[in-house]
Design a protein around this ligand. Structure first.
Ligand code: NAD
Ligand code: GLY
Length: 354
């Protein structure tokens, strides 16, 4: 079991423990006594795990409502959000009540935003069930839905009161979704953790290798905790967590979300790493090793989206200010920095082949 403390405006613990789902009440009880609670999940996760937590909560005296919506990124939108908060209001949930987000990043981001804004904010718990949510989206309090103009454009910072990660749930993830999470994991390697890259080169992450998965989740959560505790609201440092995301978000958006988040981030990282090689910041051997790391984890490294379209879509990025944009630039093996450039220079970083 790992307990990682997140030191932010609201501090909380991330628990990583096999079978943690079965012990929700023992972690939740000291934080929130029995009260009306809404569990939000999607239609793929709910049949697998919702009853485990619902039954436990009800046996302990919580009144439980459930809101289950169709899975997929296209559901992370304003209409779905409105439907959810209307449901919460119909159930007369009050400020002291609780929301539990059970699922991947889509559930966590959307339900988290509902918790951030319903009655100007109620407590919520993240129970990540995808690898991506476990290593990234469930921690740090970023919540949002997508707008037609771009990803995550309507959102809020709202820290959960608890993150409960049960790595056993990752066993039911489709293989493609496991790979999707590996995209965000490899990202952390470039944020000051070259030893993670080394580990994954020697021992690629396998879905059946639970001890390795748990170790890697804990490392990523600690890496994120270190950044979030210094810059919770992304004034600067936290933007590093968006390595690969500037073009990644463009690819996701332009594919109408047929390219998944972690896959798009993988392509975004590959573009930036090739640019870093061209600028002599990393060697040919390092570039090859990085691209191989991605492909070994079944992640894509190429896109046929036109460079102009990638750059145009990236202008909706939250790191764009006026006619400049801050990019996350690899500066050496295992390290990135932040660089603000004019919009017209963005195309130099879209390197599709070397
Ligand atoms: P997702 O929530 O759509 O989950 C992926 C798929 O896996 C879904 O179909 C889901 O039903 C299914 N699934 C989840 N857990 C499962 C399980 N245990 N067993 C079987 N199926 C399961 O997507 P995701 O990849 O988890 O998250 C992507 C989202 O996260 C994107 O919207 C992205 O923008 C967001 N994100 C947010 C942050 C943040 O800091 N808030 C960080 C990174 C990504
Ligand atoms: N994944 C980006 C962030 O949490 O800041």
């Amino acid at each position: 079991m790992e307990r990682i403390h997140i030191d932010a405006s609201t501090s909380y613990d991330v628990i990583i423990e096999e079978q943690a789902l079965h012990h929700l009440v023992s972690y939740l009880g000291p934080l929130k006594s029995p009260r009306p609670t809404i569990i939000v999940s999607d239609d793929q996760v709910a049949p697998l795990y919702l009853d485990i937590i619902k039954q436990q909560l009800e046996e302990s005296g919580y009144t439980v409502y459930t809101y289950v919506f169709p899975h997929g990124e296209t559901e992370k939108n304003a209409h779905r959000l409105l439907d959810l908060v209307e449901f919460m209001a119909q159930k007369a949930l009050t400020r002291k009540d609780l929301l539990i987000a059970l699922g991947g990043g889509v559930v966590g981001d959307m339900a988290g935003f509902a918790a951030a804004t319903y009655l100007r904010g109620i407590d919520y718990v993240q129970i990540p069930t995808s690898l991506l949510a476990a290593v990234d989206s469930s921690v740090g309090g970023k919540t949002a839905v997508n707008l037609s103009a771009g990803k995550n454009l309507w959102g809020a910072f709202k820290q959960p009161i608890l993150v409960l990660c049960d790595p056993m749930t990752l066993q039911t993830l489709p293989a493609e979704e496991f790979a999707n999470g590996c995209g965000e994991i490899i990202k952390y390697g470039m944020l000051g953790y070259p030893e993670l890259l080394q580990d994954l080169q020697t021992h690629p992450l396998r879905q059946s290798d639970l001890p390795h998965i748990e170790e890697v989740i804990a490392l990523c959560v600690k890496a994120k905790a270190a950044i979030v505790s210094q810059d919770e609201r992304e004034r600067s440092l936290r933007a590093l967590l968006n390595f690969g995301h500037t073009f990644g978000h463009s690819i996701e958006q332009l594919s109408h979300f047929t390219v998944k988040h972690g896959m798009a981030v993988s392509i975004g990282m590959a573009l930036m790493m090739r640019a870093a090689y061209q600028a002599n910041r990393i060697s040919e051997q390092e570039l090859t090793a990085f691209l191989q790391l991605l492909t070994t984890h079944h992640l894509p490294i190429h896109t046929d989206v036109a460079t102009a379209d990638l750059c145009q879509a990236a202008l909706h990025d939250k790191k764009s200010q006026g006619d400049t944009i801050t990019i996350i630039r690899p500066i050496s093996w295992g390290h990135c920095d932040l660089l603000t450039i004019p919009h017209q220079d963005l195309a130099h970083y879209v390197v599709k082949e070397v």
